[in-house]
Each structure stands twice: as C-alpha cells, then as structure tokens.
Design a protein around this ligand. Structure first.
Ligand code: SF4
Length: 413
C-alpha cells in the first residue's frame, strides 16, 4: 500500500505519563492518543445503545462512555459490554452504588465526578472494588459541578479550584493503593480549560483526558473544542480526548478523530479533502464540486490528500503538495498527481474521475500512476492554462514581475 506524505506523523514532545489500560485500549505513556465519545441513548435500551456504540466506533471512537444512572442502566451495561466493539466506561454521578453495580456489569472503566460524590468512604469503597478488578477510574472534574466549598474558597471555578478537586479525589484513591487513574479538569471557558490542564500536568503524571465541557452545538462547539484541545496537544499535554458537542455524538467522534489526524497524532485512515476558497478566476462552481467530492469520498478509507481547485491557472501549482487533485479548465477538469496533470476529463466527470484515480493511486502509488498518465495530457493542460491566462489575465502579475526582475538585473550589469 502506497504511504503518502500526509500519513507521516509529526512528532510533538509529549509529556511523560503513566500508562493504564481501558479494556484493550492503552491510554497514556507512548500509546496513541485516543478518541472518546458518549452515547445519548437510554442505557437500558440495549439494542439502541449498542447500535450507537457501533456508529461511534465506525466514526473514530476508541472508547465509549455510557451513563449508568439507574439500576436498569447497570443491567443494560451487563448486556452491552460483552457485545461492544470498544471498551465501555460507565459514567457515574451522585450514586456510588451505581459505580459498584457498573463494575459488576463488567465495564472497562469508571468515570467519577468528584463534585457530586463527596463522601470519602464511598469513594474508597469504589476504589477498593475497582482495584480488585484492575479497572481504571477517571477523576472527571467539571467546572459546572464543582464542590460548593471549593467554589467558595477560590471564589469561582478557576483552574486552582478544579485542580484541587482532582488532587483531593486522587488522594482518596491512592490511600486505597489505587493508581489506575486518569484525570480531566474540564471547563466551558477555553482559556480556563487550557490553564487548568497546564496546572494539573505540572502536579501529576497520570494520563489526562482533554475536553471543553458543554462546548455547545457546531460550529461554535467545534471551534471551542479544537481551540482548547489542540492548544494542549501541541504542548504535549493530553492522552485521550473528547469533543462534547450538542449534536449527534457520531459528529463528535468524527471530529475527534479528524483533529488527531490533522495534527499528525494518529495515522490517516480517511481522505483529507482540501479545496481552494474559489475566487473570480474560478471556471467551475468550486463549492458544489468540493461538496460532491466530499460526499463521494466520505466512505472511502483512502489515506490521501485530495485537492479540488477552481482554475487550472493556479490550481495544480498551489495544490502540488496534495497527493491528487482536480482543477477546472474551460468545461474540463485537469486531473493531477503531485501537481503533474495525468488526464483531462469533461467537467461533468470531474468527481468520478477523481475518485477513480484516487483509488488507483492509493493502491499503486505515485510512480505507477504518473507512468500511466494519458499521453499528451500535460501538454494539453499547459496549452489550456496558457490560453486561460491570456483570456483572464495574470492575477499573480508574473509577467510584470519577470520584467521588473530583468530590469533590476540589467541595471546591475
Ligand atoms: S485556484 Fe484558481 S479559482 Fe481557486 S482561489 Fe486560486 S485562483 Fe481562484
């Protein structure tokens, strides 16, 4: 299989953390950064819940969290966990007994909210049971549900308050000899979220679960999540992530996965579609072609970058780093690989031709597909680009610039 340039992961210096296992998925240490999401179904509706777990897995989630808010939910977990394609974490609020019930149900991890399970004896009881079963616990602090005493002490949900809450709970777990811990200190305010994790990362070496809580619906929720999570990941902080979006959770799993791929932190498994923003020079409706291409490539597992460019004058050059692309000429599309035109196709066939060639490229590699280029495609494309340049003008003023350069050179002779 051809491994394109865009598959190569960038390397960031990652903060050293301990590694724990959530079922079969390693979190922390040198394990790949993982994507988490959460179901929105009623847990006791087992078939619906499992169907959503499968959808989340398909969209990129490595681990799925499910609420365990009732006895029926815990019973549902007992059916869901053995049939799930990914490890399942039970989300626990208020009732520590439901944490014990979830452990009985066989979950791969627990999330406890220190803000609403306050009694030390209860936390210790859960820690002992989780320790016996080697099941990890996330200490999931949330700015919106901080303990009232901490809020009063710090005057609000500031990073110091969130971190103190996490450290207090970790202390209780450690007292029981429990250290299969990961931590989150989520805030809905992006700068405060970033500051909370930065502060926490200086105090502990447990793996960290990143997220902007209650981020809201897209696009605002997406932007907040990307801003907070990326800032930390690029500083080497973070071992697992969740986008908390007010939308179908499949979208948050997809977004989490894409973010890691775009940052070079996970291998690319789907197409990275780039497209020019269009301008007055465009020879085609770029928005439509890009949309059609996005739909055509959506289900393809091709780890390549694909470009859709509105004109042949600038398109192939500007997108020469893309693995493959198409640029619009007059009623035709110029299909290019690494900036070299390999075929010229009718405008109506642009997206189909792009998909067809992309599949072959992923299978055979750049050299083979350049060798299979249509005879004369390069010359034909160059002629059309030159013609369009004459017709539409040189927006980059290349000719004028060349003349100016020549003048400077002559003046110096
Ligand atoms: S590729 Fe062409 S159409 Fe697209 S933005 Fe650049 S100049 Fe405009």
């Amino acid at each position: 299989m051809y491994l394109p340039y865009h598959c190569r992961a960038m390397s960031f210096t990652r903060r050293k953390t301990r590694q724990i296992s959530v079922g079969s998925v390693a979190v922390g240490g040198d394990a790949p950064i993982t994507v988490q999401s959460m179901t929105t179904t009623k847990t006791h509706e087992v078939d619906d819940s499992l169907a959503q777990v499968y959808s989340l897995h398909g969209a990129g989630a490595d681990i799925v969290r499910i609420t365990c808010n009732t006895v029926e939910a815990a019973e549902g977990l007992a059916e869901i966990v053995p049939r799930s394609p990914v490890p399942i974490i039970a989300d626990i609020h208020f009732q520590y007994r439901l944490a014990l019930a979830a452990l009985e149900a066989g979950v791969d991890g627990l999330r406890l909210n220190p803000g609403n399970i306050r009694k030390p004896d209860q936390i210790r009881a859960v820690a002992r049971e989780a320790k016996d079963r080697a099941i990890p616990i996330r200490v999931g602090v949330n700015a919106g549900s901080l303990d009232k005493e901490l809020l009063a002490k710090h005057g609000g949900p500031i990073p110091e308050a969130l971190v103190e809450s996490a450290l207090y709970e970790i202390g209780l777990l450690e007292d029981e000899g429990f250290d299969l811990i990961k931590i989150s200190v989520k805030h809905s305010n992006v700068p405060l979220m970033v500051a909370s994790y930065q502060l926490l990362s200086r105090k502990v070496d447990y793996p960290l679960h990143l997220g902007v809580t209650e981020a809201g619906p897209p696009p605002g929720g997406l932007i907040k999540s990307v801003a907070g999570i990326s800032t930390l990941l690029l500083q080497g902080i973070g071992d697992t992530i969740r986008f908390s979006l007010t939308t179908d959770p499949v979208e948050e799993a997809k977004a989490g996965r894409q973010l890691l791929e775009y940052l070079g932190l996970r291998e690319r498994r789907g197409v990275d579609l780039i497209a020019c923003p269009s301008c007055g020079r465009a020879e085609v409706d770029v928005f439509k072609v890009a949309q059609d291409a996005q739909e055509a490539f959506e289900k393809e597992k091709l780890p390549i970058q694909v470009a859709v460019m509105g004109c042949v004058v600038n398109g192939p050059g500007e997108a020469r780093e893309a693995d493959i692309g198409i640029a619009a000429g007059r009623g035709r599309g110029h299909l290019f690989i690494k900036g070299q035109v390999v075929r010229v196709v009718p405008e109506a066939e642009m997206v189909d031709a792009l998909l067809d060639e992309a599949r072959k490229l992923a299978e055979e590699g750049v050299e083979a597909r350049l060798a299979a280029a249509d005879a004369g495609a390069g010359e034909e494309a160059a002629e059309e680009a030159a013609l369009l340049l004459d017709l539409r003008g040189d927006i980059n003023h290349t000719a004028e610039r060349k003349a100016a350069v020549a003048e400077v050179v002559q003046a110096g002779e």
